[in-house]
Every structure is written in C-alpha cells, then in structure tokens.
Unconditional design. Structure first.
Length: 410
C-alpha cells in the first residue's frame, strides 16, 4: 500500500508528459497549416479547383504544396488526416484533470472559503461545465452569428470572461484558471471531432461518389479552425498558470485571464498578417506589451484572503485519522513544522513568501495528517522539500517520515 503514492505520483507525471507532447504536436500542426493557408499564392499553371500553391524548403529538400477549394476533381490515392494530435491532447488533459483536481480535489479544487461544496459536487460542476461550455459555443456558431464572425468572437470572449469569473467564485484560484483553459481546450477539440472532421468526411464521400462537394462544409470548418487558432495561446498560458501564484492567487485572476485572451488575439494577428503577406504589424506587439503590463499591475493586488479557520473546520477523514494515529506520527509532527512551516504557514515568515505555497499548511498535527502524501513524497522519498534543504532537514528525519507513512498504509 505504501508504494501506491509513488505509483500515483509517477502516473500523474507520465500523463502530464503525454499531455505536453501531444499538445506540442497539435499546436505545431495547427500553426503550420494556418501559416501555409495564409501564404498560398496564385499561379498560372494551377490545376482546376486549386486555390493556391506554396514552395517550401526544409530538411535538405523542396516541397511543392497546393490547396484545393473545396476538393480536387478526384479522390487522391493517399490522404493524411490530422486529428489524433487533437484527440490525444484532450484525452490526456482530461486524465490529468481527474488525477490532480478530482482525486486531489480537497486540496486543489474545492475552496471552502468561497463555496460550501462537497467534493463530489465540485467534481460534478467541473465535468458539467466543460460540456455546457461546448454546447453553448456550438449553438452560437450554428446561429446567424456565423455570418458575422467578428461579433461572434466578441461574444465568445465575453462568455469566457464570465465563465472565468464564475469559476473563481467556487474553485481555488489555480483550479479556476485551469478549468477556464480546460473548457476552452474542450471547445477546440470538439470543433475538430464534431464539426471539422465530419465535414471533411462528407466532402470525401462526395468525391468517392462522383458528386461535386458543397462549398459550405469548407466554410463551416474554416470558421471553427480560425477560432482554434486564436484560442491556442491563451490555453497554453492557462495550463501553465497553476505554477505561478501571481497569475492564479490574486484578487483579479479572472481579469488577468481575460487580458491573456486579448493577448492571444494580438500575437496571432501579427503572425497571421505576416504569413498572409500583409507585412509586419508591429503595433500588435505594443498592444501586447501594454496588456502584459496591465496583467503585472493586476497581480500586485492583495492576494486573495484565505480563511484558514473555515478550512480547518472540516474534520479529518478516516484516512487522515489513520495517519494521525499511526506509529511514528508524534516524531514527524515534531519535525515537519520546524523544517517546513517557515513557508507552509498561516503567516509565512520566509523572505519572499507571502502565502503558503499551494495553500498547503504544515504547522499543526491536523495540517500534517491532511498533507501526509505530499509530506511523504516531497520530504521523505525525495529531498524536493525543503527547497535546497534551506532548513537543513536531516536524512534521519526523512527516514522517520517514510517509516511513519508506510506504517499508516501497511
């Protein structure tokens, strides 16, 4: 049993690694095709149905690429589909959400200072919001607003801002920004799965049957692909935000997220315009810098107040009581506060630490029982904590931590 914590932690690491790798593949192919599409040029010798072509050089050779609108006259013998990067990114991200924010919900998801929710209720809101977010977005795209893409994007921005504010009313700051990124990523992958790929399959089926494909399917897919292009950079920021308290643990974290979405637009506009041959729109970087300065200013607002007394009112669970009563707990309870509470305290006193990292407290016996797994992994099995061993934790003390945890999980 004592090895389950190590297995679980490595499982989370493996899933996170998979998520990052698949996201790189998806974002890379997405950005490549957007740049390719914008860089297409007309030529006198284009075959019927071809919209444009581009010559590229890479890896010691030249590539000659042509794009057809909506499709070539006949179905090609070999056709490569770009979909698994998107699906694998979302599936691995969903798995990581479950591992970190559902299984570890009492620490990372639920904030009793904001909403009195049971863990199952927080998980239900987490899962349901991803589905509802996609359904609302999809309905808007299927409405008359599809013919007015700019207004559709403005409305989508407003909905995402409202959603970020709503998440922050019930979840921890890190969970609020992470879920805003997750619902945006869900929209992006659902665009691929429910709209872009089915429309492409219709076009392929028409080609195989000898029919002329309807151009509307290409227009619909193009709209969703454009949305994905502008949402990518904000999603990356939101997924990284959980490592930076100045982003998630401030009073205005939802507004910071809103400005990040605008930064995504300005940055992508620069590159999209450049690839389309419209020159370098350097003013977009000036706007981006102003937005980033505003984000830094907002992050200086007072950190969100944490009512630790309210959080401590939650009684210890059966598992936590087992750790508190296990052999060796008294020794560990005398070691950890002295080695860790300079940072993991209600009022940290280590220079530069204004709030307990991850809101993890290690001052009292109840604190230590609640954080047993983290204490075991980060200061027992490994020497990750204290950082650089600034409090000079002894090897004998680490062995006592390991012995206590294993006694409780025997």
């Amino acid at each position: 049993m004592q090895d389950l914590a190590i297995i679980w932690d490595w499982t989370g690491f493996a899933v996170r690694w998979l998520h990052v790798v698949t996201a790189i593949a998806w974002i890379g192919s997405s950005f490549y095709f957007v740049a390719l599409d914008l860089g297409l040029r007309r030529a006198d010798d284009l075959p019927p149905g071809a919209h444009g072509e581009e010559w590229q050089v890479h890896g010691g050779g030249f590539y000659h690429i042509r794009k057809y609108l909506v499709a070539p006259e006949a179905m090609p013998a070999h056709l490569t589909w770009f979909k698994w990067e998107s699906y694998a990114t979302w599936l691995s991200g969903a798995a990581l959400l479950m591992i970190v924010y559902w299984a570890g919900g009492e620490l990372y998801l639920i904030d009793p200072n904001k909403a009195d929710l049971a863990l199952w209720q927080g998980i239900a809101i987490s899962a349901l919001s991803l589905t509802v977010g996609w359904l609302v977005y999809d309905r808007l795209c299927r409405s008359g607003l599809a013919a007015r893409p700019t207004w559709l994007m403005v409305l989508l921005f407003g909905l995402l801002v409202a959603l970020g504010w709503g998440y922050d009313q019930i979840f921890t700051g890190r969970a609020a920004l992470l879920h805003l990124g997750a619902v945006t990523a869900t929209i992006m992958t659902a665009n691929v799965f429910f709209v872009i790929m089915p429309n492409q399959r219709i076009v392929v089926a028409d080609l195989r049957a000898g029919r002329v494909p309807d151009a509307k399917y290409g227009r619909i897919a193009k709209l969703r692909s454009t949305h994905n292009n502008y949402l990518t950079l904000p999603v990356v920021f939101l997924m990284l935000s959980n490592h930076y308290p100045l982003a998630f643990a401030t009073e205005w974290n939802w507004l910071i997220a809103a400005l990040v979405f605008l930064m995504g637009v300005t940055i992508r506009h620069f590159f999209n315009t450049m690839h389309a041959g419209g020159g370098m729109k350097w003013w977009t970087w000036a706007v981006t810098a102003i937005l980033f300065i505003a984000i830094m200013w907002l992050s200086t607002a007072p950190l969100q107040h944490v009512d630790y007394e309210a959080a401590e009112a939650r009684p210890l669970s059966a598992a936590e009581r087992r750790f508190a009563g296990a052999e060796g707990f008294d020794a560990v309870a005398s070691i950890i506060p002295g080695r860790c509470a300079m940072c993991h305290a209600r009022e940290p006193f280590h220079p530069g630490i204004h709030r307990a990292p991850k809101d993890l407290l290690l001052e009292t016996e109840a604190d230590i029982a609640r954080a047993a797994r983290a204490v075991y992994l980060h200061s027992g099995v490994t020497d990750a904590m204290p950082p650089a061993n600034v409090s000079f934790m002894e090897e004998d003390e680490r062995r006592l931590v390991v012995a206590w945890y294993r006694a409780a999980t025997r």
